[in-house]
Design a protein around this ligand. Structure first.
Ligand code: UTP
Length: 475
């Protein structure tokens, strides 16, 4: 302990951060150990250069000189494109069947807005069973196995503050029908929160205020957590990335995979048509010649509202945080000495800190600066990146807030609407209320059917009667 303490004392004093040890003599042994563990996680080489550039000053956003709309592949192929999409589906299905594609969920976020006590993936969301988000993804992978003959491997990124709970949740539920060996969990790195004067904040006298380093940190976590090595050993070449909060996502999508492989893209993305000009989603654009995502807050208002001569929104493609990354691309970015880094983004947040006397202060207004990397900042670094439109009502309805937009209520509504639509596409009569909403609660486990075509074969003409008020589960 003394050696570790001395090591930290020296390195913190050298950069003016030794206030982190100012309550040391008041701490009991357990607290001292906890503080040293936290200090081990503070990567000063990574943090210090950011204090002068991002913490003490608030840099004005640097806008690219030329921002143009990106070319986006359509969700549905027209006659000319139909053979290309059909071939892509085959290429994707083969890659899945040969075990060359893995699912990757980023689940290291803090889920502050939802305010759920536990990892977000444990949040009960499905319409009839109240199955948690993680269960729906597990069942999707089991559905893929049924359909394509191979169970994709699943990588899950947690953070130090939810790792143990996430693991325990999977163990308690028997991995939702998967085997423990099918799933690899690893934790992402953390960054300290800074006070506006550049000092690292303490959350308690013996705890550094640490938080996960953003979903962009997932690329380095794949490397540091051993996942890339594991993928190499298993012949996994493509990583299908998605967020833990969107139960409508298709964790494995042969069309998307086939287009990505077929065009030699290193990083591909899915987009939806924006709901309105200023929807709070990232915008796909070409900035100074490179495909990228521009955050809604950084897209100039006149561009957000711009129209084509035909009256269509010019920047119409919103990011839904669904990507495919080739393993080789992530290896290239993260190999030691690559010199590649994603930019850090500053967020002013409210967080509990301790004052000079060691008292805990809970602020009413933002009091710290947090720094995060965003995964979409890797897109401009990729060769041949592509973007594919998809239908929002089929694939995107995230659980972000406790109520209002993007809340459990809207996500359940969208799951129910999709299930009703799929059944109707299979000629099953679904009762609807006067507003046109399904008048029954319907849940189709992805293990049962992955899409309407799959559902049609699974139902194989069996008569299904749904009455108003019914709860129907196809699992
Ligand atoms: P959000 O941006 O919605 O953040 O994350 P959040 O932390 O989950 O929620 P709030 O903002 O505190 O309410 C989008 C996705 O990225 C993951 C989240 O788990 C979610 O799947 N994420 C985010 C990480 O894995 N690590 C991070 O550091 C941040």
């Amino acid at each position: 302990m003394t050696d570790r303490l001395e090591h930290h004392r020296r390195r913190l004093a050298a950069c003016g951060q030794d206030h982190l040890l100012r309550f040391w003599s008041r701490l009991d042994q357990r607290q001292q150990a906890a503080l040293l563990d936290d200090l081990d996680q503070v990567d000063l080489d990574r943090c210090l250069p950011l204090i002068d550039t991002l913490v003490r000053v608030r840099p004005a956003p640097v806008l690219p000189r030329h921002i143009e709309p990106a070319e986006i592949l359509p969700a549905e192929a027209d006659a000319a494109r139909a053979p290309v999409y059909a071939r892509a589906r085959e290429v994707g299905a083969r890659a899945v069947a040969e075990g060359r594609v893995a699912a990757f969920t980023v689940a290291g976020g803090q889920g502050t807005r939802l305010g759920f006590d536990g990892p977000k993936g444990a949040f009960p969301i499905s319409v009839v069973r109240d199955a948690p988000l993680f269960q729906l993804f597990a069942e999707f992978l089991l559905g893929v196995e049924r359909r394509y003959g191979r169970r994709p491997r699943w990588y899950i990124m947690t953070s130090p503050s939810n790792h143990a709970e996430t693991l325990a949740f999977f163990e308690r539920h028997g991995y939702f029908g998967l085997a423990a060996e099918d799933v690899m969990m690893f934790s992402q790195a953390q960054m300290p929160a800074f006070l506006p004067d550049g000092r690292i904040a303490l959350a308690e006298p013996h705890r550094v205020a640490l938080s996960p380093d953003g979903h962009g940190g997932s690329l380095w976590a794949l490397a540091a957590g051993g996942a890339l090595r594991d993928m190499r050993e298993r012949g996994i070449e493509q990583i299908s990335y998605f967020q833990v909060d969107n139960p409508l996502v298709r964790p494995i999508d042969p069309l998307f995979i086939g287009l990505h492989i077929g065009t030699g893209s290193e990083m591909s993305s899915k987009a939806v048509v924006k709901a309105d000009d200023t929807e709070r989603v990232g915008n796909f654009a070409v900035a100074d010649g490179r495909l990228c995502v521009i955050e809604y807050s950084d897209l100039p208002d006149e561009l957000a509202r711009a129209r084509t001569p035909a009256g269509q929104r010019l920047f119409d493609a919103g990011s839904i945080a669904v990507h495919l990354l080739s393993r080789a691309f992530v290896e290239r970015l993260t190999q030691p000495g690559s010199g590649v880094a994603l930019p850090w983004h500053r967020a002013d947040k409210k967080t509990q800190v301790v004052d000079e006397d060691g008292r805990i202060v809970t602020p009413a207004t933002p009091n710290v600066v947090k720094l995060e990397m965003f995964v979409f900042d890797a897109i401009p670094l990729a060769h041949n990146p592509l973007v594919l439109y998809t239908r929002r009502d089929e694939e995107f309805s995230p659980v972000k807030n406790a109520d209002g937009v993007d809340s459990p209520a809207t996500t359940r509504r969208d799951l129910n609407r999709r299930a009703a639509r799929w059944l109707e596409q299979c000629n099953v009569c679904v009762p609807r209320d006067p507003a046109g909403e399904p008048a029954a609660r319907i849940e189709i486990s992805p293990r049962f059917a992955l899409d309407p075509d799959d559902l049609r074969t699974r139902l194989s003409g069996e008569p299904l009667t749904i009455r108003p008020g019914d709860s129907l589960l196809l699992a």
